[in-house]
Each structure stands twice: as C-alpha cells, then as structure tokens.
Design a protein around this ligand. Sequence first.
Ligand code: ADP
Length: 319
Amino acid sequence: LKRIAVLTSGGDAPGMNAAIRAVVRSGIYYNLEVFGVYRGYAGLIQGDITPLNEGAVGDIIHRGGTFLYSARCPEFLEEAGQRKAVTELRKHQIDGLVVIGGDGTFRGAQRLTDLGFPTIGIPGTIDNDIPGTDFTIGFDTAINTVIEAIDRIRDTASSHERTYVVEVMGRDAGDIALWSGLADGAESILIPEVSFRMEEMIARLKRGYERGKKHSIILVAEGVGRGMEIGDRIKEETGFETRVTVLGHVQRGGKPTALDRVLASRMGAKAVELLIAGEHDKMVAIRNNELIGIDFDQAFEQDHQPDLSMYELAGILSI
Ligand code: ADP
C-alpha cells in the first residue's frame, strides 16, 4: 500500500473534517501518500483528486461540514459509473480508499470492493442510524445543537405557559429525538421505532397540567409525522396554547463537539490501519469505546435500533 485517497459523501456531518485530517495525518505517519477526492463519488468519477499534505488539513479540526465537499451521485449507482471511478483511482496509482458517509455511501463502497478496489468506510451522519456502531460522527454535535435550541424554547415556554412541539431530524431513526429529549426532560418523545398513541400523549399532557406543570415540550422525530399536525391535534384536544418549531438544517451544521472530534480522529486513524492491514469491505465502528472493523454486510444485517431502555427512562423521569 503506497497511496490512499479519502472522500466524503451523502449528507454532511460535523466532524467529517476532523476525520479527513486524521486519515491524512495518520496516513503520512505510516509513510503513505494521501489524496483527497472532491464531492464524493461525483468527483471520483470525474477524477477530481488532489494530493493532501499535513498542512492541507491544518485549521479544519474545529470546522463543521466538509472541506472536500459532499454530493449525491446518481451516475455512481450504475456499474459503468463505478468502473469509471476505479479507472480514475488506478490512473492516480491509488490503492486504497476511505469513504466517510452514511449507509448509501457504504453500499457504493461495497461496489468498489466488488470491482477489486479495497475500500473502508467511516460512519459520518448526524442521525446515528448505522447499525453495528454505537455512535456515528456528527451525532453528538447534532444533539447538542438540539438541546441548546430546546433550552431557549423552554425559557419562553415557561414564561408564557405554553406547550411546545419541536420537530427534529430522523426519518427512520429516533436517536436524535430520544437523546435530546432525555437530555432536556421533554414531556413526550415521539420516535419512529415506538408506535405512538396520540391519546396517551394527550392524557399525559393533561395529567401534567393538572398537577401544576406550566409548560411542556414534545419532541417529534420527523419520521413520525409533521410537528405542525401534531401541534394542531394537541391544541384541538387540550385547548392549551401550542407552538411548533421545526429545527431543520441547523442540526446538520456547527462546530463539532469534543466528543465528535475525538471519535472522528480515532476512526480516521483506524480506517488507515485497516487498509494497511490489508482489510477491505469494512466499516470502522465503535463499540464499548473500542474501535473495530466490521464487514459492511454485518453492519447492514440488522436494522438500527435505539436503546429502548432510554425511552422508558425518559418516560419515568418526565412524569
Ligand atoms: P448517505 O451516505 O448519507 O446515506 P446517500 O444515500 O445519498 O447518502 O448515498 C451517497 C451516494 O452513495 C449516492 O449519491 C450514490 O452515489 C452512492 N450510493 C448510494 N446507494 C448506492 C448503491 N446501492 N450502490 C452504489 N452506490 C450507491
């Protein structure tokens, strides 16, 4: 192994820059030449590839987003596109690739490995929805952004005795809603993995009101339904003054937290070590604070599941 490349693909996440930096610097430490690919698989197909030295990744560890840019690339879904990508890599005499992204990115990585090109994945997505790893890069920053927003909403909620519905990201995974709801003492947390009964939530709200609660926060993962509709239902059934906030893309941006920077640094270095060890078709994962490489297939085998004991705990603590 002499030359490796790194790219970021799919939805961006805070901490991706720290992961790129770790791939570049640990690669150089192990006497490899490291290249950066711009705009994910799109740049790979076009051969938009540039050498990165130690200095090229200076002053980025604390920045959100990804300086290599990210993109979605329909052309790469076809085998012709995948072959073009491998041709470009070979043209640059690159013999190993690290891809940072979510499950779509990893499915693309598997195709590269099928074509004989060793590829290792690093999970970077705010949703924490990749099975096989306890955490993904960007999740901690996202939940910190959410709780900061909810803290502010709570101030105004308690001043005005209102019920607030806050819609957060998570089409298929409830981790953002669950973790930030627990961290912020939300009265109810609605996540796609647990079937949700409106009547129960309304009853809970009324119970809280009867025992003197002045305000309530309901956290909704977008996969469950529109916050606006849920807010309307609550207003109809309770008569409580209800406001809805949709946090949207603010959750994707911002400076990565210390935890995300550390995770990204460790995962970046681990990806390089796996390539050096001759591994391919693997994703870097963290389990019980240990970094491991697991087969992509194994990662996709099961669905991602949030920790439902946390869901129960949130229910107990918010009575
Ligand atoms: P994420 O990695 O965040 O899940 P996407 O699902 O958009 O983001 O995937 C990023 C890119 O990975 C896609 O634009 C496409 O180029 C590639 N990709 C996704 N799914 C596949 C697949 N099944 N086969 C090959 N490439 C894929």
